[in-house]
Design a binder for this molecule. Structure first.
Ligand code: T3D
Length: 262
C-alpha cells in the first residue's frame, strides 16, 4: 500500500484514509491505484465487513489534482474522457458494486470529484464544518464521477442545477437538509461516530446489507413491478445465508444472533 492511501483493518472495518493532505487529498494516478487496490481487498477479504472512507488533514478530497493538468501555450488539448473512463468511472462503479457497506466520514471540504466520490458512498456522515463543492463550473468542466446523476436523484433537478452551475460551497448541514447525506455530527465527534457506526454495520448480516445496496440502487430505474421481482430474487439469496439461519434460530431461542457475514 502506498502512502497516498492509508488502509487499516480492525473489528471488521477497513478504514481507508485519503492521504495527500498538502493537496487536500486531490487525486493523482497513484492515489487512484491505491484506493482501487484497497477496495479490491475489501471485496475479497472476509475480515472486512464495512469500509470507512475519510481524508487526512483539513480536507476530505479536492477532486482531480490540478497540478497534473497544467498546460502551456501550444500544448495539444487534453482528452479528459480518458481519465474519467480509466479512473473515476470505474471507481464509482466499484464502490456501488462492493457487496459491503461503505461509510464516508467527510472531515472537511469535498470538492469536484471528491464531492461526488463522497456521494457515491452508502452512508455519508459529515463534520459540521465540512462542505461540498461542485467546483467544476469554476474551471469550465461539468460534474463528473456521477455528480450529474447523484445530484438530481438525491436532491432534485432544481437543486442539482443550482449546485452545479453556481459552484458555491454547500455547508454540511444544508447537504443533510437537502437529503444529499445521512447526517451531520460535531467535528470532534466525527471519527468516533463514524467508527461506532462502522463497527455496528460490520457486526450485522453482511450478505443482506450487500443485497440491500443492489436493491435500493436499482430502485431509481425500476418500476414497482420490476422492483418486486428483484426483491424476490435477492430475498432468495438472503435466505440462503448462514446469517439468516442464525438470526431465526437466535430469535426462537431468545438470544442475540452471532452474525458471521456469510
Ligand atoms: O482532469 C480530469 O481528469 C477530469 C476529472 C476531473 C475531476 C475533478 O475533480 S475536476 C475539479 C478539480 N478540483 C477543483 O477544482 C477544486 C480545486 N480546489 C479548490 O477550489 C480549493 O482548494 C477548495 C475550495 C477545495 C479549498 O479551498 P481552501 O481555500 O480551503 O484551500 P486552498 O488554499 O485552495 O488549498 C490548500 C492547498 O491544496 C493549496 O496548496 P498550497 O497553495 O498550500 O501549496 C492548493 O493548491 C491545494 N489544492 C487544493 N485543491 C487542489 C490542490 N492542489 C491540486 N489540485 C487540487 N484539486
Amino acid at each position: 500500500m502506498t502512502n497516498s492511501i492509508l488502509a487499516v483493518v480492525a473489528d471488521g472495518v477497513q478504514t481507508i484514509t485519503l492521504n495527500r493532505p498538502d493537496k487536500l487529498n486531490a487525486f493523482n494516478p497513484e492515489m487512484h491505484a491505491a484506493l482501487r487496490a484497497a477496495l479490491n481487498e475489501a471485496v475479497h477479504s472476509e475480515d472486512i465487513r464495512c469500509v470507512l472512507l475519510t481524508g487526512a488533514g483539513r480536507g476530505f478530497c479536492a477532486g482531480q489534482d490540478l497540478s497534473e493538468r497544467e498546460m502551456k501555450a501550444g500544448d495539444a488539448p487534453r482528452d479528459l474522457s480518458t481519465t474519467i473512463e480509466a479512473y473515476y468511472n470505474p471507481l464509482v462503479k466499484a464502490m456501488r458494486a462492493l457487496p459491503k457497506p461503505i461509510v464516508c466520514a467527510v472531515n472537511g471540504v469535498a470538492a469536484g470529484a471528491g464531492a461526488n466520490i463522497a456521494l457515491a458512498c452508502d452512508i455519508v456522515l459529515a463534520a459540521r464544518s465540512a462542505s461540498f463543492l461542485q467546483a467544476f463550473a469554476r474551471i469550465g468542466l461539468i460534474p463528473d464521477s456521477g455528480g450529474t446523476w447523484f445530484l438530481p436523484h438525491l436532491a432534485g433537478t432544481a437543486r442539482a442545477m443550482g449546485l452545479a452551475m453556481l459552484a458555491e460551497k454547500l455547508p454540511a448541514e444544508d447537504a443533510a437538509r437537502m437529503g444529499l447525506i445521512w447526517k451531520v455530527v460535531e467535528d470532534a465527534e466525527l471519527a468516533h461516530e463514524a467508527g461506532a457506526l462502522c463497527r455496528q454495520l460490520a457486526a450485522q448480516p453482511t450478505v443482506a446489507l450487500g443485497l440491500m445496496k443492489q436493491a435500493i440502487y436499482a430502485a431509481v430505474n425500476n418500476t414497482l413491478e420490476e422492483q418486486l421481482a428483484l426483491e424476490a430474487k435477492l430475498q432468495r439469496e438472503a435466505g440462503w445465508s448462514d446469517d439468516y439461519r442464525e438470526a431465526v434460530a437466535a430469535f426462537l431461542e431468545k438470544r442475540k444472533p452471532r452474525f458471521k457475514g456469510r
